[in-house]
Ligand binder design. Sequence first.
Ligand code: 13P
Ligand code: SF4
Length: 322
Amino acid sequence: MSEINQIYKRISKVIPNIEWDFHAPYIKKINELKKKKNAVILAHNYQTPEIYHGVADIAADSLALALEAAKTKADIIVLCGVHFMAETAKLMNPNKKVLIPDMDAGCSLASSITGEDVRMLKEKYPGVPVVSYVNTSAEVKAESDVCCTSANAVKVVESLGVDRVIFLPDHYLANYVQKNTKVKIISWQGTCIVHEKFTGNQVSEIREQNPGIKIIAHPECPPDVISASDFAGSTSSMVNYVKENQPKKVLLVTECSMSDNIQIENPNVEFVKPCNLCPYMKKITLKKILDCLDKENNEIKIGNNIATRARKSVQRMADIGR
Ligand code: 13P
Ligand code: SF4
């Protein structure tokens, strides 16, 4: 069976035949070009199934993408995700060419805070270390002491050995961290436009309608959603929870593509799917991946001064690990 038919066999459950005719030529060309140019495609768990299963070499949460970016031997990294993820990849591996298929793939959290805001916070709370979520610009990372992701936020905060930290920009993630540590968290008012839409009532209703269902939420969700859930964790922790526990029915309280992507590897699990789309993640398409790999455009560039300082924060997080 040809490589492309093997891919379709795997994803036919979530991609109808009529759509496959449209995707297949792109997948074939991208995979050929990837080999020719010694490129690697790192994709976030929220990418669509044709990207996640069709062209990604690694599909993972933002922490794993950063760690993989540091390790790769490829000459080119194509980051299928949002801009801060591509910037983080560049910080982790400055000598590689890092491309993003759409420069406008932003993030509501990353745009909720600037370097100037962080400087202002540091003036207000002198001596209090700044932990910034990777969902921030390189400029914000440069003003921070250390980065974290949702996979290691509590561990990073506790690694500092202090009694107070400034934790930015996600207010709800800050709230989640505060529930899991004695360190006092000073937070910012950023939110994720995808996760803030879920409500505790919605989750409780779904539980009532689906006895025995397991509900797992991303920590960017509001606190009432997390307390109405059975488990909270990063996107990869959510994937692992499903793999390991094989619940009969599950609700992933997060971005839509996650359920489709992992449905394939978990055929016996029924996914209940009220989910929200991330318009930024959805800016990435097969056509744009092919274009940017072919022309090697949309390259991530970070000025030396910011890059050197931002890299320290990301590297410190990488050293702490998951
Ligand atoms: P993860 O780090 O859990 O993959 O989440 C990234 C993200 O953008 C969630 O909205
Ligand atoms: Fe940003 Fe939310 Fe989209 Fe993740 S899902 S990239 S946090 S807007």
